[in-house]
Design a protein around this ligand. Structure first.
Ligand code: NAD
Ligand code: FES
Length: 291
């Protein structure tokens, strides 16, 4: 069991949990994720890591109460426990293995949409700790849904934009990026994390602007080990599994339309059977030894 030390509501339906998980906190890096179960018999849900404290042995999760399982997690209070916190899973952000002096020469922009703001924070913080500056654009539907603003201000140059203009700039993140470009900003590298539809349109724009772009693919996940096929997607014409090959990919190579269609199909038994039939041997990744 993994004890919850703090539980807060950051915005409507968006909850922050600080969880005791020393083994995860000791090794995780920005970009990686966890698979969490509220109770022993619960459904597994993938959650990105918002922050970690190696000394205290804690990880911070930001969870949106969407389905039954995430609502169960969001109802937890300080002193309660989570049955499973498995991880760190997936690959760390490529930024963590790049030469720091080379990174310092790059103009980096992160685009953080809605709850996808949470996994951007550890990347911006990691860069700040390594002396690398970056810009971050946070996009939210309205003022009440902007999260982590004060913490971001301490690690980056921040732009906030709301769809309805109730706070910061007005419009979606793509409009903000285009406006910054029109105001003379130039970027060498973009990382976009948020709803898939947002990442699709950010990539469309950054392709036009010639900015290499990394996205973090938040597909449905079940086992997190490449075996079940839930997180299958196509990147550069090749079959990939977000849990083991990602979650970060070259956004200009991702087939977002297929990924979004597949997520919808995967939600029903009938859809899963149809995908299994269509995808044949490539439906799941396998363990590497079972052909
Ligand atoms: P949302 O729908 O409120 O969107 C957030 C922002 O994304 C908007 O304010 C807008 O600026 C931008 N956006 C949305 N649609 C766009 C479009 N068509 N074109 C350009 N920009 C657009 O976000 P939400 O409800 O907080 O998002 C929840 C989603 O985020 C869930 O689907 C969740 O799975 C996903 N998420 C993703 C990750 C990840 O790692 N990629 C992590 C956590 C959550
Ligand atoms: Fe099962 Fe990725 S979550 S293959």
């Amino acid at each position: 069991m993994f004890k919850i030390l703090e539980a807060n509501e950051l915005a409507a339906n968006i909850h922050q949990l600080i969880v005791e998980a020393p083994r995860v906190a000791g090794t995780c890096l920005p970009g990686q994720f966890l698979i969490v179960r509220a109770e022993e018999d619960g459904e597994r849900i993938p959650l990105t890591i918002c922050d970690y404290d190696r000394e205290k042995g804690t990880v911070e999760l930001v969870v949106q109460a969407l389905g039954a399982e995430s609502r169960k997690i969001c109802r937890k209070k300080a002193g309660d426990s989570l049955a499973d916190v498995v991880g760190p899973l997936g690959n760390a952000s490529d930024l963590c293995s790049e030469d720091i002096e080379e990174l310092k020469k790059k103009k980096i922009v992160f685009i953080a949409g809605g709850v996808g703001t949470a996994p951007v924070y550890p990347q911006a913080k990691w860069l700040k700790e390594h002396g690398v500056d970056c810009d971050v654009i946070i996009g939210a539907k309205n003022k009440d849904l902007v999260i982590l603003e004060e913490r971001f201000k301490t690690v980056c140059n921040l732009y906030v934009t709301t769809d309805d203009g109730s706070y910061g700039r007005e419009g979606m993140v793509t409009k903000c990026l285009q406006d910054l470009y029109d105001e003379g900003k130039r970027y060498d590298h973009c990382v976009a994390i948020g709803p898939m539809i947002m990442m699709k349109f950010v990539c469309k724009l950054t392709k036009e602007l010639g900015i290499p772009t990394i996205v973090s693919m938040n597909t449905i996940m079940v086992d997190g080990t490449g075996m079940c096929g839930a997180c299958r997607l196509t990147v550069g014409g090749k079959v990939k599994f977000a849990c083991v090959d990602g979650p970060e990919f070259d956004g200009h190579e991702v087939d977002f339309d297929q990924a979004m269609k597949r997520m919808r199909l995967y939600q029903t038994e009938e859809g899963r059977l149809a995908l299994k039939e269509q995808e044949g041997d490539t439906h799941h990744g396998g363990c590497g030894n079972c052909n």
